[in-house]
Design a protein around this ligand. Structure first.
Ligand code: PGA
Length: 248
């Protein structure tokens, strides 16, 4: 990849299990409208729950806003009740799929090996995988952050991972939904390590209680190429303030 191809930072909204048709449509239309009329310094993705993908796809049509999913199954089709394949997501208009979010690792017992298969499935379907990694509070307190993050990164990224098909999201578990963000120094330390270990030029997002107030400082940290936003992505004004906090 040459300098001319350098990817823009990515601001991705992870709506988690929130929204119904009407609210999803309103929020997505609002973001799409702002994106249409602004010179953007970043890529934008909205990742609604699977049943709302079609509603959001419709609402962002023609706008510089991409659609993303929150998970995908490793297999392309088959007897997997309740699951959704990467091919189905691509067919719905998705460009991204989040895989290995800590909530899925914790609530569904997802391992690095499974996350790697899901990322490979995303690639197979032509999607960009947003691979999430991050330590728990006990791991940080035990001085194991770098060890854990390095291990998760190695275990979760498929062979073919590259800047064009993969984004890494560093999300300390203790910072997610808690209002407690990592300090700029903590973020810089982990992102430097990921930068050293990950494929060249890959985008590294920070996630965990990013909001309209702290986004500017976080997005200015070295090796931070955007953010994965949970709670604050559910409010158009807050999400938009974060989009506009990306350094130009
Ligand atoms: P939060 O979630 O912004 O609500 O902390 C981030 C995430 O889990 O992706």
């Amino acid at each position: 990849m040459t300098m001319a191809d350098k990817l823009l930072p990515l601001i991705a909204g992870n709506w988690k299990m929130n929204g119904l048709k009407a609210t999803a449509r309103g929020l997505a239309r609002d973001i799409a409208e702002r994106a249409r009329t602004t010179r953007l310094a970043c890529d934008i993705a909205l990742c609604p729950p699977a049943p709302l993908l079609v509603v959001v796809a419709d609402a962002i049509e023609g706008a510089p806003v991409a659609l993303g999913a929150q998970d995908c199954h490793p297999e392309p089709f088959g007897p997997h009740t309740g699951d959704v394949s990467a091919e189905m997501l691509a067919d719905m208009g998705c460009r991204y799929a989040i895989v290995g979010h800590s909530e899925r690792r914790a609530e569904h017992g997802e391992t690095d090996a499974l996350v790697r298969k899901k990322a490979a499935a995303a690639h197979r379907a032509g999607l960009v995988a947003i691979v999430c990694i991050g330590e728990t509070l006990a791991e940080r307190d035990g001085g194991k952050t770098i060890e854990i993050v390095t291990r998760q990164l190695k275990g979760s990224l498929p062979e073919a991972a590259a800047a064009a098909n993969t984004v890494v999201a560093y999300e300390p578990v203790w910072a997610i939904g808690t209002g407690r963000t990592a300090t700029a120094q903590q973020i810089a330390e982990v992102h430097a390590r990921i930068r050293a270990d990950a494929p060249p030029d890959i985008r590294i997002l920070y996630g965990g209680s990013v909001n309209a107030k702290n986004a500017r400082e976080i997005l200015a940290v070295k090796n931070v190429n955007g953010a994965l936003i949970g709670g604050a992505s559910l409010k158009a004004d807050d999400f938009w303030t974060i989009v506009q906090s990306v350094p130009h």
